[in-house]
Design a protein around this ligand. Structure first.
Ligand SMILES: Nc1ncnc2c1ncn2[C@@H]1O[C@H](COP(=O)(O)OP(=O)(O)OP(=O)(O)O)[C@@H](O)[C@H]1O
Length: 282
C-alpha cells in the first residue's frame, strides 16, 4: 500500500528541551492515523515538522515520498491541508468571504464553499463575520478551510477540542466522507473516544517517543484481561473468568434469570495509555 507519510528516527531539540527523541512511523494512503499523547508529548512539534513549519534536528520525514521541507513549494502546498492552533482568519470578514479568499488562493470553485460549510454544520452562519462567532464556530471555519481544496493529505491538530458533542459527531461524519474520497488524515488528539471512533491506527506518544502503534481493536485485544462482568438483578456486579467454569457460572445466573447485562472487560485506549506510560492523557 502506498505510504503517504514516512518518518524515521525523527528528533527535535529546542534550546534546552528534547521535544522528540526518535520517532518512526508510516501513514498509508486513505488512513485516518491518530497521534495520541498528553500535553507536551511532542504532537504539535511533529505536525509542524511534517508540514514544513519547523525543521527537525535529526532523522527523516517524507511526505508523498519527498522530504517534508519541500512542502513549502506551491505544487505540494495544494496537496495538503493543515489545521493547527495558530491558524487564523480575517476577523472582520464573513465566514463565506474568508473561505472565498482561500478559493482564490487555491483556485477552487466557490461552489465548494457550501459543501464544506455543510460538512462543518455552519451553513446558517455563512454571512456572519468571524468576530461574531463562538470559539467552537471559529474552529469549524478553520477546519472547513483546511479541506476546502480537497487535499490528498490533511493534518489536524486537535480538530474537535472546542466543539460540543453534536458538532463533534457532525465533523466525524465529514472526516469519514473525506476519507472515503481518498484523503489521508493525520490527527492529534487527547480524546480517546475520538481515536476509537475515527482512527484506523493510533500511535501513543509519550515524552517524545512512540510507545505503541496499532489499530485500536488490536490494542484493546492485546491488553484485554480474560474476564466478564455480570450485572445482576439484585444490584450486585460479579466478575468471572472466561472459559468453561465461567460459562457454567453465566449459565447458572441465566437459569435463575438473575442477569441484567453482561460485558467484556476490554480496556479503553485511555486505560492502555495509562498502563503503558503510567500517565493520564489529559
Ligand atoms: N518553540 C519552542 N521552543 C521551546 N520549546 C518548545 C517549543 N515548542 C515546543 N516546545 C516544547 O517541546 C515539547 C513538546 O511540545 P508540543 O507542543 O509538541 O507538545 P504537544 O504534545 O503538542 O502538547 P499539547 O497537547 O499541549 O499541544 C514541550 O515540552 C514544549 O514545551
Amino acid at each position: 500500500m502506498e505510504r503517504i507519510i514516512e518518518v524515521k528516527n525523527l528528533a527535535k531539540v529546542f534550546a534546552n528541551q528534547q521535544a522528540l527523541k526518535s520517532v518512526s512511523f508510516d501513514v498509508k494512503k486513505g488512513e485516518i492515523f491518530g497521534f495520541l499523547g498528553p500535553s507536551g508529548s511532542g504532537k504539535t512539534t511533529t505536525i509542524k515538522i511534517l508540514t514544513a513549519q519547523l525543521e527537525q534536528t535529526d532523522g527523516d520525514a517524507y511526505i508523498f515520498g519527498v522530504p517534508a521541507s519541500k512542502l513549502k513549494e506551491s505544487n505540494y502546498r495544494k496537496k495538503i491541508g493543515v489545521l493547527t492552533d495558530n491558524s487564523s482568519l480575517y476577523e472582520r470578514l464573513t465566514v463565506y468571504d474568508n473561505l472565498k479568499l482561500y478559493c482564490d488562493l487555491y483556485e477552487v470553485s466557490y461552489k465548494r464553499i457550501d459543501e464544506v460549510l455543510e460538512m462543518v454544520n455552519l451553513t446558517d452562519s455563512k454571512k456572519k463575520s468571524i468576530s461574531k462567532l463562538s470559539k467552537g464556530m471559529v474552529q469549524r471555519v478553520i477546519l472547513a478551510r483546511a479541506f476546502l481544496h480537497e487535499p490528498d493529505l490533511l493534518f489536524l491538530d486537535e480538530p474537535t477540542s472546542a466543539l460540543d458533542p453534536v458538532n463533534t459527531k457532525h465533523i466525524y461524519k465529514g472526516l469519514n466522507r473525506l476519507k472515503e474520497n481518498g484523503t489521508t488524515i493525520f490527527l492529534t488528539t487527547h480524546d480517546m473516544n475520538e481515536a476509537e471512533t475515527l482512527c484506523d491506527r493510533v500511535a501513543f506518544l509519550h515524552e517524545g517517543e512512540i510507545q505503541l502503534l496499532d489499530t485500536p481493536k488490536k490494542l484493546r485485544t492485546t491488553f484485554a484481561n480474560d474476564t466478564l462482568t455480570l450485572e445482576l438483578t439484585d444490584g450486585n456486579k460479579v466478575t468471572i473468568n472466561k472459559g468453561p467454569d465461567g460459562a457454567q457460572a453465566v449459565y447458572d445466573y441465566m437459569k435463575e434469570d438473575k442477569i441484567v447485562s453482561i460485558y467484556s472487560n476490554e480496556p479503553t485506549l485511555g486505560d492502555i495509555f495509562v498502563e503503558v506510560t503510567g500517565r493520564k492523557l489529559s
